[in-house]
Every structure is written in C-alpha cells, then in structure tokens.
Design a protein around this ligand. Structure first.
Ligand SMILES: [Zn+2]
Ligand SMILES: [Zn+2]
Length: 136
C-alpha cells in the first residue's frame, strides 16, 4: 500500500517537473490592473504568465486588494438604490473642494444618479463633472 502511494507521488512529481521544467515563475510584488481586474505579472522570462488574477474588490472608490482607484472625488455621500443595483450621490459628505467629479462607480456598483438636493447648500462648488455613463 505504502509502496503504491509512494510510486504515485513520484509519478506526479515527475510529470510536474517535466511540464514546468522545475522552474517556479517569479511574480512581481506590484499589482497590475485595468478597469476591471488586477493580477501579478511574472518577472522571470515567462512574461506572459500572470498570477492572482481577479476582479477588483471595491471598498468605496478603491480596490481593497490592489489599490486601483476609480477617478472621482473622495468623500461624497451615497445611498444604495432600493433594488441594490446602484448608488445615488445624496450629499457632499466631507468634501471641501470646489470642483467635484462624480465617480462612475462606488463599492463596485454603478453610480446611477444624483439626489435632487445633494448639493443644495454647497455654494462653494464651482464645477460638477459627471461620468459619461451617467444617465441624464
Ligand atoms: Zn518563469
Ligand atoms: Zn484590484
């Protein structure tokens, strides 16, 4: 019995070594990312290899894993829509900037609207910019 297990184990090792040449890819400590996903690129000669690829896990405007940040003003107040499909901006929060850029996404969900009184008392705001995706 032990002999068989031992043989199987050796066989598995032999296959693995044959397949990967006994080389373990080295991956960067730095995350690479695009709008949707993050990954680690190999820094050995196998540059097409990537590891830990996955969708961003947004906490507010940035990914908790890789730090990728959605462009936009930090600190606005949001409200989740009743069906849970998106967020509306409902207030200025702790933002003191005169130029506000509404992010297109918050907590991984689309920002789909702006509350009618969201910026009512905010006379210091000089400009508001919206993502292209936001319906008007
Ligand atoms: Zn490699
Ligand atoms: Zn990420």
């Amino acid at each position: 019995m032990y002999l068989i297990i031992g043989l199987l184990c050796c066989l598995a090792c032999a296959i693995c070594i044959a397949a990967c040449g006994g080389h373990e890819h080295t991956y960067s400590d730095e995350w690479s990312s695009d709008e949707n996903e993050h990954w680690r690129a190999a820094v050995c000669e196998h540059v097409v290899e990537i590891a830990d690829k996955g969708a961003h896990e947004f906490d507010g405007l940035s990914c908790a894993v890789c730090g990728y940040a959605i462009p936009g003003t930090q600190g606005l107040e949001y409200s989740l829509s009743s069906d849970g499909s998106g967020y509306s901006v409902i207030g200025i929060g702790n933002v003191k900037e005169a130029e506000i850029e509404i992010p297109y996404m918050y907590n991984g969900l689309p920002v789909t609207g702006i509350g009618s009184n969201a910026f009512y008392y905010c006379s210091f705001i000089e400009s508001l910019s919206f993502p292209k995706a936001l319906p008007t």
